[in-house]
Design a protein around this ligand. Sequence first.
Ligand code: ATP
Length: 248
Amino acid sequence: MLNIEQVEYTINRDFKIGPISLTLSTGFYHLLGPNGSGKTTLLDIISGLIPAKKGIISISEEPVTLFNTINICQLRRYLTQQQDIHFSLSVKEMLFIAHNDLNIQSKTNHIILAGLDLLPLLDKKICNLSGGEQQRAHLARVLLNIDSHSPLLLLFDEPYTGLDVKHKYWLNHYLKQQAADHCIIICHHELNLALNCNQSAIIMNKGAIHTVVTDASTIKKDTLMRVFSLPEGSINTLNDSKVQIIGI
Ligand SMILES: Nc1ncnc2c1ncn2[C@@H]1O[C@H](COP(=O)(O)OP(=O)(O)OP(=O)(O)O)[C@@H](O)[C@H]1O
C-alpha cells in the first residue's frame, strides 16, 4: 500500500528528515514522537504536499510526485493538523463543497454523522462551533470521503485534538473497522491510548524512525524514557508487563 525508500527532506541547517524507509500494508498505525520530531513533515511528504528531496514514495504503486498529484489524491485522504475556514460556511455547506454528490441519508454517511454527533450541527456556522465540534466537522469531511472499493491511505495529523472521550472512543472504534481495508496512519500525542490498543506504532525522533512495532503495548519503558525524555518514576509497569505513563 505505502512504500517509502530512502526518503530525505532538509528543512533547514538544524533539521533534516531521514533517510526513512518504510513499507506499510493495510492496518492501523500510531505515529508517535516528541514535538518537533518530524511527524507532520513526514505526513506532508507522504501525502505529496511537499516534495521529498531524495528517495521514492509510492501509494499503491503510484509514485508520489508533483506530476502525479491527481492520481495520488484519489489514493489518499489527509486530515492536516490545522484547518482554516476563511468563509462563513455551515457544516453542511463545507461537507457539500468537499463532496458535491454527498448523500447525507445514505446508511454509511449517516453512521459517520451520527457517530460524530453532527446531525444537530449541520446548519450551524463552523466559526460558531466549539473547538471540539469544529474538529468533528473536519473529521467528517475526511471520513465521508473514504467509501472506496479499493484500499486508501488515510493520514490523520492529531485528529484527537479537542475531542471529548466519547468522540475519541467512537473515532478509534470506527477507524479500527476501516483498518481492515485501508492503511491508516494517525499522528498524535495520546501515548497511553497507543500503549493500550495492541495496534502498530511508528516512533519518530529527531527526524528519523526510532522504532516500529506491530503491537504498541510492547513498547519498552526504556524507549519511552529515552525518546520522550520522561523522568524516572513517570512510567508504571503493570502486571502483564505493559507500561503506562502516570500523571497524564
Ligand atoms: N515551514 C517550516 N519552516 C521552518 N522549520 C520548520 C517548518 N516546518 C517545520 N519546521 C521544523 O521542523 C521540525 C519538525 O516539525 P514537525 O512539524 O514535522 O514536527 P512534529 O513531530 O509534527 O511536531 P509536533 O508534535 O509538535 O506537531 C521542527 O523543528 C520545526 O520547527
